[in-house]
Every structure is written in C-alpha cells, then in structure tokens.
Ligand binder design. Structure first.
Ligand SMILES: NC(=O)c1ccc[n+]([C@@H]2O[C@H](COP(=O)([O-])OP(=O)(O)OC[C@H]3O[C@@H](n4cnc5c(N)ncnc54)[C@H](O)[C@@H]3O)[C@@H](O)[C@H]2O)c1
Length: 313
C-alpha cells in the first residue's frame, strides 16, 4: 500500500517518457498513453531508443536496462492505461483546456484508490484537477527535465488533498531517489517562479542590447550559476550580506522597476541587524563555528566544481 507498483502516464512526450524511465527503473510497472495508440507506441519506442543509447554510452548496465524496458507498455487509450494503476501522472502539454478535458475524462475511468497527479509547470492545481479535487487524492507533482536525473520534485496539494496522500507520495519519491518538496499552490510554484524570473530578465537584457546571448549565457553560468549547484539563494545571500542585497535591490528597483523591490522578509532582517553570516544570523542562524565551517566548505565545493570543469574540458 505504501509505494506504488503500477503507474499510468498520460502523455508520452519529453516529461512522460522521462518519468516513465525513472519509475520503471525503480521497479514500477508503467503504462503509457497518448492522444492515440500509435503516439503512445511511438513514445514507448523513443524511450526504448533512449535507454539503449544510454547502455551504448556505458551509463547503464544492459541487464538493468532490459528489466526497465520490460516494465513499460503502451496503452490504447486513457481508460486502459489507468486500469489497475495506483499512481496516475498527467503530463500532456501546458494547455489549460486540454488538461481540464483529460482530468474530466479521468474522473470517468480511474479507480477509486489511485493517486492522481499533474505535472503542470505553472497552472492552478485546483483548476486543473476539477471535480477530482474532492477525492482528496489529486495533487500537483512537478518534475524537472530530465526527470530520471534531476532530483527535485515539487508536490503541490490542491485545496482538498488529503495530507496523508501528500506524505505517501513524498515517501515514495524519496524511496526512488528523488528530493520532494511540498509547496503552496501559487503560480509557477517555487522552481519556475524563480527560474522564469531569471529567464524573463535574460531576454530583457538581450532586447536592450546589454550583452549578446552567448555572453549572457556565459555570465550566468560562470557567476551566480557557478554557485547554484551547491547553494540556494538564501544560503548565498547570507554569505554575501543581506544589507548588501537590500542596497542592490533598492537601486535596481529605482532603475529597472518595482519587480526588484526588496520584500519585507529581507527588510525586516536588515532592520533587526540580522545581516547573514557576518552577524551570526540572517535567513539562517550562523554560530561562529558554523560560519567558519560554511566558508571553508564553500571554497572547497567551488574548487571541486572548477576541477570537474577542467576535467570535462
Ligand atoms: N519540458 C519540460 O522541461 C517540462 C518540465 C517540467 C514540467 N513540464 C510540464 O510537463 C507537461 C508535459 O510537457 P512535455 O515537455 O513533456 O510536453 P511534450 O509536448 O513533449 O509531450 C506532451 C505529450 O502529451 C501528448 N498529448 C497531448 N494531448 C494529449 C491528450 N489529450 N491525452 C494524452 N496525451 C496527450 C502529446 O502527443 C505529447 O506526446 C506540461 O504540463 C509541461 O509544462 C515540462
């Protein structure tokens, strides 16, 4: 009852195939469906090619790949895909009306116990899941591409989602090597809200001629992006100084617009003298010993990142 042995994936595209690959690799029997049987089979065939290519590159043992692929089947339609499924993953394109239509059809064919998830990147989960929201078993489960590699999965409860269902999905995700995070049902959740703020600004920089696309990519990769694999924004802000960040944001808000205005969560800390590592607390507490250790660990991690870049050429 705790884990999931049978999953149905609706939409055999980039994300559906990636999630299928992860689940099947971890022992779950997966049925894939798409707009029709031929598309579902084409999705399965692409998944087979991807996994076989990984074997040829030496990334995956052949016997493990064979076991993974034996667990994936294509289904003729939605009803046969979800028949007997304990977990349903909707991964059709980010078109609200299309998602709502699929969820309405799901309501007519899915079993009474199945946990139902949408991989929407941005939409209101209550709107996507519609009447199935009242079942307590529907929620957002937002993966990142490629789903079989990127650790984070955001879990987004709808208004009526049973907290026990959220816990069950989180436990399952951890058991298959993922890092679930429960977030509120707000536009873009957390990952895309932050990621797309960056993308929006990158395109504005390009449009204003601040730098070339190549230079913008290189600057992000080689500056704050260089640290992001190891540290989240609050850890970095604490290390750099929240007062410094306040000053920068105020200047940017004056020059570029209110979208840069510092939030009360930042202003309040600065007013209270909680400036980060240098004052013993910021977003996080920083006892002196922990602060010293954090800085030397940071340097060690960044050095190792530099070395792995040199090795990769
Ligand atoms: N691509 C990404 O990086 C990414 C990352 C996270 C989340 N997402 C989200 O995942 C979802 C799917 O994105 P994608 O990139 O895999 O799209 P995609 O276009 O690669 O795949 C979508 C698949 O759904 C199928 N489909 C369309 N209508 C359908 C229907 N009514 N019933 C069944 N199948 C149907 C399509 O034929 C296609 O195979 C979207 O909600 C997207 O926002 C995408």
């Amino acid at each position: 009852m705790d884990g999931f042995e049978r999953a149905a994936i609706v939409g055999a595209g980039t994300m559906g195939r990636g999630i299928a690959r992860l689940l099947a690799g971890r022992g779950v029997a997966v049925s894939l469906c798409d707009r029709d049987e031929a598309l579902a089979e084409a999705g399965r065939a692409t998944l087979v090619e991807d996994v076989q290519a990984a074997v040829r590159r030496g990334e995956l043992p052949a016997d493990e790949a064979a076991r993974t692929l034996a667990r994936v089947r294509s289904a003729a339609d939605l009803a046969s895909a979800v028949d007997g499924a304990e977990l349903v993953v909707e991964a059709i394109p980010e078109v609200l009306e299309a998602k709502r239509e699929v969820w309405q059809r799901l309501a007519g064919c899915v079993g009474g116990e199945a946990v139902l998830t949408t991989n929407t990147s941005s939409f209101d989960i209550d709107v996507v899941v519609g009447d199935l929201g009242a079942s307590g078993r529907a929620l957002g489960m937002h993966w990142y591409n490629p789903a079989y590699l990127v650790p984070c999965v955001e879990l987004v409860p709808a208004r009526g989602t049973d907290p026990a269902v959220v816990d069950r999905v989180a436990t399952f995700l951890r058991s298959v090597g993922k890092s679930p995070a429960v977030v509120a049902n707000r536009a873009g959740f957390v990952g895309n809200r932050i990621q797309f703020a960056m993308i929006a600004e990158a395109f504005r920089c390009l449009e204003e001629g601040v730098a070339s696309a190549q230079d913008i990519d290189a600057i992000v990769r080689d500056s704050f992006g260089f640290r992001l694999g190891d540290y989240g924004p609050f850890q970095v802000a604490d290390m750099n100084g929240l007062d410094v960040y306040q000053g920068i944001l105020e200047y940017l808000a004056g020059q570029l617009g209110e979208r840069f205005a510092p939030a009360q969560e930042l202003l309040g800390r600065v007013r209270a003298g909680r400036l980060g590592l240098k004052t013993g607390s910021g977003v996080y507490p920083w006892p002196a010993e922990a602060a010293r250790a954090a800085l030397s660990q940071r340097d060690e991690r960044l050095r190792s990142r530099l070395r792995s870049r040199e090795v990769a050429g």
